[in-house]
Design a binder for this molecule. Structure first.
Ligand code: GDP
Ligand code: MG
Length: 439
């Protein structure tokens, strides 16, 4: 997407309100990007409609271009649709909390059951019991038993010759007797949703009344994931979704579709085959991923919160008029401090991102404090007019700021050099940038 968007948006540098044509152009690209990320077609259609309405006429923040503004609206809307913040596991008022895993064959139910157990042990020293209720393949029971051994978690199993509902009933009785605080029920899957499986799962649901019924979905299955989620959601009281295999190269568009279609929160994401590779689902990170533009969003956020373009423009004006004084100097320093590293800041300036002069720009926060102390010890008149600073005034300032006279002299010299440099820069000469704020 990044490439696509950059192409579509290059040339858009106008300020003011977001116009309909800005939105039309941007939305065409965003629609394609979402489809590329495997978001369901209908979900994309609705989403684009919502965003279009929100974007037209919106004031463009001073520090953003209309296109960046639209991306931000899209991003925020993605986050909103996916549920704003991470949703924790439901817990039962009395132990045990019962978690039931459901999903198609190969989605990652058994693995995720183990991952959840592992997570609960680490986080709350839980004592979970896992129940092997997938009776269609002996290997399925063995797989859960092996995972149980790895984690030292007990697994309740009765082989493959019993009704899964009966297995769950006895498993729950054992958990009761052993005072396990969590029960995780691993169930069977099929290659496709079928009546028989759904009946079985419904019967387990009726018996166990799970606090969580987690639908496990393979993110790599893209569009199919949406239909699967819709099917399971119709027949079972799902409480949440786990999206697995996000360590693959999928964009994760399924996250958006599933949430939109089922209304159920995605609670965890699987990031690998190992048992510790289960993470909490964060909608904002997923939005970045779907748009394929983590860096860009960070930059936009940064620009929005920290960087007042108007202020920067005033500063540039002052530099051109050579009326840049110590007050401006301090203000600029403070702004730089809020922004973080100077090189990051400068890269946001159009045309500066790849400027080789920026390579060695670094600034020590302690130096900034010293500079500020010196300026604060000046009188208002001195701050506005550096020419007033004769030797006796400099001595007074040194004493007042707790710095020595050499330092004051050096700072004034630096200030004058900076001012000169900035003037040159404002005329388009960037050479010597690295000397600007260095000592
Ligand atoms: P089940 O049929 O739903 O129980 O699925 P399994 O738990 O047996 O998982 C099927 C396959 O997917 C196994 O090879 C797992 O190791 C693998 N798997 C599960 N979750 C993930 C994940 O998050 N990332 C990756 N890379 N593989 C996973
Ligand atoms: Mg399984």
């Amino acid at each position: 997407l990044t490439e696509r968007l950059q192409k579509a948006f290059s040339g858009l540098r106008r300020k003011g309100k977001v116009s309909e044509s800005d939105v039309r152009d941007a939305m065409r690209e965003i629609r394609l990007a979402l489809l590329e990320a495997d978001v369901n077609f209908n979900v994309v259609k609705d989403f684009v409609k919502t965003v279009r309405t929100k974007a037209v006429g919106k004031e463009v923040l001073d520090s953003l271009t209309p296109s960046q503004q639209i991306i931000k609206i899209v991003h925020d809307e993605l986050v909103k649709v996916m549920g704003e913040s991470a949703v924790p596991l439901n817990t039962a008022p009395h132990i045990p909390t019962i978690i039931m895993m459901v999903g198609l064959q190969g989605a990652g139910k058994t693995t995720t059951a183990g991952k959840l157990a592992s997570r609960l042990i680490k986080q709350e020293k839980a004592r979970p019991l896992m129940i092997a209720a997938d009776v269609y393949r002996p290997a399925a029971v063995d797989q859960l038993v092996t995972i149980g051994q790895q984690l030292s978690v007990p697994v309740f199993e009765m082989g493959t010759d019993h009704d899964p509902v009966e297995i769950v009933r006895q498993g729950l009785a054992q958990a009761e007797a052993n005072k396990n605080d969590y029960v995780i029920i691993d169930t069977a899957g099929r290659l496709e949703i079928d009546e028989q499986l759904m009946n079985e799962l419904s019967r387990i649901q009726e018996l166990a009344h799970p606090n969580e019924i987690l639908l496990v979905v393979d993110a790599m299955t893209g569009q199919v994931a949406t239909q699967v989620a819709e099917g399971f959601n119709k027949q079972l009281d799902l409480t949440g979704v786990v999206l697995t295999k996000l360590d693959g190269d999928t964009r994760g568009g399924a996250a958006l579709s599933i949430r939109a279609v089922t209304g159920k929160p995605i609670k965890f994401v699987g990031q690998g085959e190992k048992l510790d590779q289960l993470d909490i689902f964060y909608p904002d990170r997923m939005a970045d991923r779907i748009l394929g533009m983590g860096d860009m969003m960070t930059l936009i956020e940064k620009a929005q919160t920290d960087y007042d373009a108007k202020q920067a423009e005033d500063m540039a004006q002052k530099i051109r008029e050579n009326s840049f004084d110590f007050n401006d100097f301090v203000e600029q320093m403070s702004q730089l401090e809020n922004m973080g590293p100077l090189d990051d800041l400068m890269k946001m300036v159009p045309g500066m991102a790849n400027n080789p002069a920026l390579k060695n720009v670094k600034m020590d926060p302690k130096d900034i404090d010293h500079l500020k102390a010196i300026v604060y010890s000046m009188t208002p008149a001195e701050r506005e007019d550096p020419e007033l600073l004769n030797p006796s005034r400099r001595r007074r300032i040194a004493a007042g700021s707790g710095r020595n006279v050499q330092e004051v002299n050096r700072m004034i010299k630096q200030f004058k050099q900076s001012r000169e440099m900035m003037q040159k820069m404002s005329k388009g000469n960037f050479a010597g940038m690295e000397n600007l704020f260095g000592s």
